[in-house]
Design a protein around this ligand. Structure first.
Ligand SMILES: C[S@@+](CC[C@H](N)C(=O)[O-])C[C@H]1O[C@@H](n2cnc3c(N)ncnc32)[C@H](O)[C@@H]1O
Length: 225
């Protein structure tokens, strides 16, 4: 199946509210499990950068787990940031979780020039040009930064995509089920991501692997000189 692009920014209030609701909690929790798996013992002591943070469910989990670090959350969609800010206030985590509106590849205005930990979940498949994310890794990471990127993989057919939605979100709200289908169709294949990493000169530094049956993870330390 050929890639079918999705709009990049998610500015629909209903969509933002659905992403902030409980239906995706498993996916957010899973991201945390992979963070611990790939970086055992890593205790962030400064700030983590989350690219395409959405309603900041993962930053909030990180903030609760690592009480002394900050998470700087970037998204181009004001509706998503509004959901994130509301949740951070509700959970009294505003001192740790900070929000910045910015649309890559535009220059981001952030409190740090570069970060020692950069994460991103379900963001790559939104980008018309995937190199936007890999270029941002070079631009905003410290030389030995820890990177964790997780996203969907594009199945071979639309029927297979629908089967995945039925299997993994059988009782989800129609909006999220529809979104998952569109996202699977917009996602990249392992081969395409391999090529992207090679083009970005990241293939020797970061590991690409299957995270679940329908998601990949790119992780590791940059070790750039
Ligand atoms: C599917 S959501 C994932 C959100 C969050 N990471 C999560 O796991 O719930 C993708 C997010 O990326 C944002 N986004 C898409 N393209 C962007 C861009 N070029 N720059 C900044 N944010 C972007 C969208 O607005 C949306 O909030």
């Amino acid at each position: 199946m050929k890639r079918i692009l999705e709009p990049e920014l998610m500015n629909d209030p209903e969509q933002a509210a659905a992403y902030a609701g409980p239906d995706l909690n498993n996916a957010y929790w899973l991201f945390m499990q992979f963070f611990h798996k790939y970086f055992p013992g890593l205790t962030p002591d400064d700030a983590i950068l989350d690219l395409g943070c959405g309603p900041a469910a993962i930053p909030l989990l990180l903030a609760r787990h690592f009480r002394t670090c900050e998470i700087h959350c970037v998204d181009g969609a004001a509706q998503m940031l509004a959901q994130g800010k509301k949740a951070a206030q509700r959970e009294q985590l505003e001192h740790q979780v900070h929000f910045f509106q910015g649309t890559l590849p535009n220059k981001l205005l952030l409190p740090r020039d570069r970060y020692g930990i950069v994460i991103s979940n379900s963001f790559l498949h939104h980008l018309a040009d995937p190199m936007t994310l890999w270029n941002a890794i070079h631009e905003y990471c410290l030389p030995n930064a820890a990177i964790l990127i997780i996203d969907l993989l594009r199945p071979t057919t639309e029927t297979e995509a629908q089967l995945l939605v039925d299997k993994y979100m059988p009782n989800g709200p129609p909006l999220l089920r529809h979104d998952m289908l569109l996202s699977l169709c917009a996602a990249f294949t392992l081969d395409e991501i391999t090529t992207q990493l090679q083009q970005a000169n990241l293939a020797a530094k970061l590991t690409l692997s299957m995270a679940t049956t329908f998601q990949f993870a790119v992780y590791g330390h940059l070790n750039e000189s």
